[in-house]
Design a protein around this ligand. Structure first.
Ligand code: ADP
Ligand code: MG
Length: 703
């Protein structure tokens, strides 16, 4: 046994070379190692997962006429006449002849002596380089290869082209990867043999060799068997980590919580509508989880207006019926209050005590609430993050719901889990995210989807308007207000500063008030004292004010069914998900609704495309798919906050199926072999080390 090099402890010995220094590889010196490290390629392992992005076809041709110039061409030629430059700065030319035509090799600033030696007139050479037409004459400027026919085999038929950084050249990359491929250890297979056979995937070593040394453009495609396999390795390791986190969660003892449905029935009877099929299904899935003796860890995904709140209430009542308590956390004060106002009458009607707790509760009142909670006299608590403060103690907390927290990462979920050892957790998100992202981000959770909207929604008409038409917009607004309609007016995120947002909102507020009348227009923004914010919201909800000028504080969840107009200034500066959320505030009542996306001309091409998507569809999932396709995974959620993995080979945008496959596979592997002790389990451990999932490895050793 050799001693592990620094920082390798625990890591299987076969992997050590891959985690050593880059400089140990051919073609890499201290300078290029530095450049690679700066580009996030820190170890041989990282280089191994850095694949060529394209390739050059250097198959031998009879003549340059066989390719469509400009293109790379490899031909055998007879060397003809040398023409030295007529004046400095002019090129040196060598006329050559292939089987069907003559063309010129062109050199700038080259020594004629050297060229005469390399290209002796009358002899044969194989040249390879880019052919261009210049006044109808073929030219090859500085050929990449000039070899005698004997040596010509050295030219690869298909040459990989790598992404380069710093002083690295293609030749150096080729050398380094050749060296590395020679050192790839043989590792036991971690992929299910049946799956591998079905997909026709090569083993790990062969896949690397094929991916680094493709023989054609087809083999560079992300759908080639070799690349699919390598991508699968990455997502499998990630899904194994999530599955391990999930398994550990489930091992945490849960409570069996099964209500008798009596209070739920009372609430349903008091509602003016019946739940949608999706709401019934989701409520049942949650109840089933809560009735099991392990901890629930479930995500409820549903577009704006899909009716998540009712599902939440039903689940909270389930906890109460079983003799316990429930808590629901909203991201903002406004939303928490709205939950209070919407849910308390329903709860009271069913004989359930529902209270609000936010950061604004102070002194005696707060103490009284905390005592009532600890005594079990408050059965449902809604509030802001204040509900999770240390001194908030429940008598018998069974269910914790987090509403609208699309900014909640795996790490935070784990923290929340630590709060109540046996509390069932439900996270609700209104941001529809593409399936691949949901799998990557929430793969440790079980998912319920509300894919059906309550009936009676009117579609929202969306139009694009240039800011220069502001006066006309205000005129039309005047008419709408006279008609009794209500309008949200969202002000731009000019800079990443709340103060400048506030100024923009206040300016717009003044202008609209001057145009529409003092009492008609209200204002809310993040910098206002809470009491003023509440007052402004209340006036808008009651219909006292007709127009509410706001910064994005209204983005999530606010429900004012009479509001039927949404104006969004500088819409091009918002993300699609955000626009979708904002637009979801209208179209909630019987009146036909309108959303005006105001933009600052000129719009960029991508800006226009994005706004066009908003005009075309109201389907949140379609919008999120388009957003993902246009921006890439990191941008959609914000990689840093989301804990979204960074893959080197796998492509979240295009390889959804792989991600789904990996999730099923990983969960099954852990079910069959919870401690990863079987042959495949042991191989999977090596995969986790290889993919640097050390967190997961710690979870196994705990278990
Ligand atoms: P979100 O999923 O965005 O949180 P909400 O729960 O706020 O949606 O519901 C939006 C609106 O739809 C609310 O006014 C709610 O009362 C209403 N609603 C919910 N479910 C139904 C239903 N099944 N039928 C009719 N209206 C419903
Ligand atoms: Mg909601």
């Amino acid at each position: 046994m050799s001693v592990p090099p620094p920082k390798q402890s625990g890591r299987p010995e076969v992997l050590w070379p891959l985690f050593g220094s880059l400089e140990s590889l051919d073609g890499i010196g201290p300078k290029s190692a530095q450049a690679l490290i700066a580009a996030n390629i820190e170890k041989p392992r990282d280089l191994l997962f850095t694949l060529p992005h394209s390739g050059v076809d250097r198959r031998r041709r009879d003549s340059i006429l066989d390719v469509h110039a400009p293109a790379v061409c490899t031909v055998e030629v007879t060397i003809g006449q040398h023409t030295a430059p007529s004046s400095p700065g002019r090129p040196y030319r060598v006329t050559v002849e292939d089987q069907r035509t003559t063309f010129q090799l062109v050199f700038f600033r080259s020594h004629s002596e050297y060229l005469r030696k390399q290209l002796p007139t009358g002899q044969r050479r194989v040249v390879s380089g880019k052919i261009e037409l210049f006044d109808g004459v073929g030219q090859m400027v500085h050929p990449d290869h000039i070899l005698t026919p004997d040596e010509a085999e050295q030219i690869p038929l298909f040459e990989p082209v790598y992404p380069l950084t710093g002083t690295m050249t293609q030749k150096a990359m080729f050398k380094a990867t050749a060296d590395l491929l020679g050192q790839v250890p043989g590792l036991a297979e971690w992929i299910d043999p049946a799956l591998r056979a079905r997909e026709g995937w090569p083993d790990w070593g062969a896949a690397l060799a094929l991916a680094h040394r493709p023989m054609s453009s087809a083999e560079l495609s992300s759908t080639s068997a070799a690349r699919q396999r390598l991508a699968y390795d990455e997502v499998l390791a990630h899904q194994l980590t999530l599955a391990l986190a999930r398994a550990q969660q489930r091992r945490g003892k849960g409570r069996v919580t099964a209500g008798d449905g009596a209070r739920q029935a009372k609430v349903l009877a008091a509602l003016g509508f019946s739940p949608t099929g999706a709401q019934i299904r989701a409520t049942a899935e949650i109840a089933e989880d809560m009735a099991k003796p392990y901890r629930m860890n479930r995500l409820l995904q549903g577009d704006v207006g899909s009716g998540k709140t009712l599902v939440a209430l039903m689940s909270l009542l389930n906890a109460v019926e079983a003799g316990g308590q429930g808590v629901m956390m909203a991201p903002t004060e406004i939303l928490a209050r709205q939950h209070l106002e919407g849910l308390r009458p329903l709860a009271e009607g069913a004989g359930v005590v529902l209270e609000l707790l936010t950061g604004r509760d102070k002194g005696g009142e707060r103490r009284a609430k905390l005592e009532a909670l600890a005594a079990g006299d408050i059965q449902i608590l809604v509030g802001t993050h204040a509900v999770f403060q240390k001194d908030v103690v429940f008598a018998d907390l069974r269910l914790a719901i987090i509403d609208e927290q699309h900014r909640f990462g795996v790490a935070q979920r784990m923290e929340l889990g630590a709060k109540g050892a046996s509390v069932d957790v439900l996270v609700m998100t209104a941001t529809p995210i593409p399936r691949s992202l949901a799998l990557a981000q929430y793969g440790d959770m079980d998912v319920s989807v509300l894919d059906e909207k309550p009936p009676g929604r009117s579609p929202v008409t969306t139009a694009l308007v240039a800011t220069s038409k502001m006066d006309q917009v205000i005129e039309r607004l005047r008419a709408a207000v006279a008609d009794g309609r209500q309008c949200y007016w969202v002000c731009p995120l000019v800079e990443e500063s709340e103060v400048s947002d506030m100024t923009a909102a206040e300016d717009r507020f003044k202008r609209l008030r001057a145009a529409l009348g003092e009492d008609v227009v209200g204002l809310v923004h993040g910098q206002m004292p809470p009491a003023n914010k509440d007052a402004a919201m209340r006036k808008f909800v009651s219909g006292e004010t007709k127009v509410l000028v706001a910064t994005t504080v209204i983005e999530v969840g606010v429900n004012v069914p009479n509001a039927s107009i949404m104006v969004i200034e500088r819409a091009e500066s918002f993300g699609l998900a955000q626009l979708h959320q904002l637009r979801g505030r209208v179209g909630r009542g019987a009146t036909k609704s309108t959303c005006l996306l105001m933009y600052q001309a000129p719009l960029s091409e991508s800006g226009r495309q994005r706004l066009e998507i908003m005009r075309e569809t109201e389907d949140g999932f379609r919008i999120s798919e388009e957003d993902l396709a246009m921006r890439g995974a990191g941008d959609v959620i914000g990689t840093a906050q989301s804990g979204l993995p960074i893959f080197r080979i796998a492509d979240l945008e295009r390889q959804t199926a792989l991600m789904a496959l990996a999730q099923t596979d990983a969960r099954k592997l852990l079910l069959d072999d919870p401690k990863l002790e079987s042959a495949r389990g042991t191989a999977a451990r090596v995969l986790l080390w290889l993919m640097e999932q050390d967190k997961a490895i710690r979870l196994i050793s705990v278990g």
